[in-house]
Design a protein around this ligand. Structure first.
Ligand SMILES: NC(=O)CC[C@H](N)C(=O)O
Length: 196
């Protein structure tokens, strides 16, 4: 079978997500066609969706300005999986920062740059619910979920850094920046609406 995966391409690690999707699909012999989402009209054809990191202010402006926001909303309302990473998590959540117009898809208040400047970037082996072995998680000016009304999959220093609600998985870290495809698999290919 073959799946169509959309990667929001207004900003962020687009090619890295495309490669991660290819790695994740290879394990299942699933063909994955990646489409970059820069304007409206692409998301309705997608089985899976990634919302990458970048600058959440910019991403939220473009998502709303280009008419992509209602399509993402409809995508998850139809039970199709969405992986939102870092700035993508901020945009998917219910915001705590006026400069970001969030989508409110996740019942999670997300604090931007939650780990402070002194630790702008770090990597840690993270226990994630649903994965057997720790995941090599890369954090770059990462947010954290400060108030989660949804399932928490992982924490760092008592802060929630991976959450799940229905077909949506949000991570404060960047699973696309490692060779490990397990997070993309867990979030996207093992979602109930997708049968690889
Ligand atoms: N790597 C990232 O996506 C960083 C997110 C960024 N700090 C923001 O607030 O938008």
């Amino acid at each position: 079978m073959s799946l169509v995966a959309g990667v929001l391409a207004v900003q962020g690690n687009v090619s890295e997500h495309a490669q991660a999707l290819a790695r994740a699909g290879a394990a299942y012999d699933t063909g994955i066609e990646v489409r970059e989402v820069r304007s409206s009209g692409v998301v309705p054809d997608c089985d899976l969706l990634c919302m990458p990191g970048g600058e959440s202010t910019t991403i939220s402006r473009l998502v709303h300005g280009e008419g992509i926001a209602p399509e993402i909303r409809e995508h998850v309302e139809r039970g199709k999986p969405l992986l939102a990473t870092c700035a993508g998590l901020i945009v998917a959540g219910r915001g705590s920062d006026d400069r970001v117009e969030t989508l409110g898809l996740l019942d999670a208040e997300v604090e931007r740059n939650a780990f402070g400047r002194q630790v702008d970037s770090f990597e840690t082996n993270l226990d994630v619910a649903g994965l057997d072995e720790p995941f090599p998680a890369v954090f770059i000016r990462a947010p954290a979920v400060v108030d989660a009304g949804c399932e928490v999959l992982a924490t760092v220093d008592d802060r929630s850094v991976a959450v799940r609600q229905g077909p949506i998985v949000g991570t404060a870290f960047h699973p696309e920046l490692t060779d490990d495809p397990r997070l993309h698999r867990l979030a996207l290919l093992e979602s109930p609406s997708v049968t690889p």
